[in-house]
Design a protein around this ligand. Structure first.
Ligand SMILES: [Zn+2]
Ligand SMILES: [Zn+2]
Length: 170
């Protein structure tokens, strides 16, 4: 998303949609479909751009390998000043992304800020649900769909233990 700061007015709200491509830890490319809401404030020559992102993408659950959907909704602030403005007027708490626009430039791309704020908020491992039981390491059965007989076949006493475990977790 590119903003032309000459053309936006103070207190404007702008929204848009973008597709952001990133690579996950497995090197797999993912597309995040992202809705962007911008709130602008201008104080003096300084722009404060509050950005709310709401993105979602599909990936494979790291436990059961079934499709999993993940939503990522970071918010952040970008503070923009033009070069040549008095030093020491640097505003804010240091939490924001700070941009100093070169003299004569009015266009600002938010793509890098959007990308970074999305990607740092994506966990390395994504599960289809908190209760995903994953695959049986012995036979590969998806334990969300069916119980396998691996532990039972290996040793009948596991059955009793498993019943006890199920009782105590009820
Ligand atoms: Zn899963
Ligand atoms: Zn099994």
């Amino acid at each position: 998303m590119i903003l032309d700061l000459e053309k936006v007015s103070a207190d404007e709200r702008i929204s848009g949609d973008e597709v952001v491509v990133f690579q996950d830890v497995a090197g797999q490319e993912n597309q995040i479909h992202c809705h962007i809401e911008l709130g602008l404030r201008k104080i003096g020559d300084t722009f404060y751009i509050h950005v709310d992102l709401s993105g979602s993408f599909s990936t494979a659950c790291h436990k059961c390998l079934e499709p999993a959907r993940y939503e990522v909704t970071p918010s952040f602030e970008v503070v923009v000043q033009k070069a040549g403005q008095a030093a020491g007027s640097e505003p804010g708490s240091g939490e924001e992304d700070f941009v100093r626009l070169p003299i004569g430039q009015t266009r600002l791309s938010l793509d890098q800020h959007i990308y970074e704020n999305l990607v740092v908020n994506i966990p390395m491992r994504i599960s289809c649900s908190d209760r995903c039981r994953g695959l049986c390491p012995a036979c590969g059965v998806n334990l969300n769909r069916e119980d396998c007989r691996c532990t039972a076949a290996a040793d009948p006493r596991w059955n009793e233990l498993r019943k006890l475990g199920e009782k105590s977790s009820e």
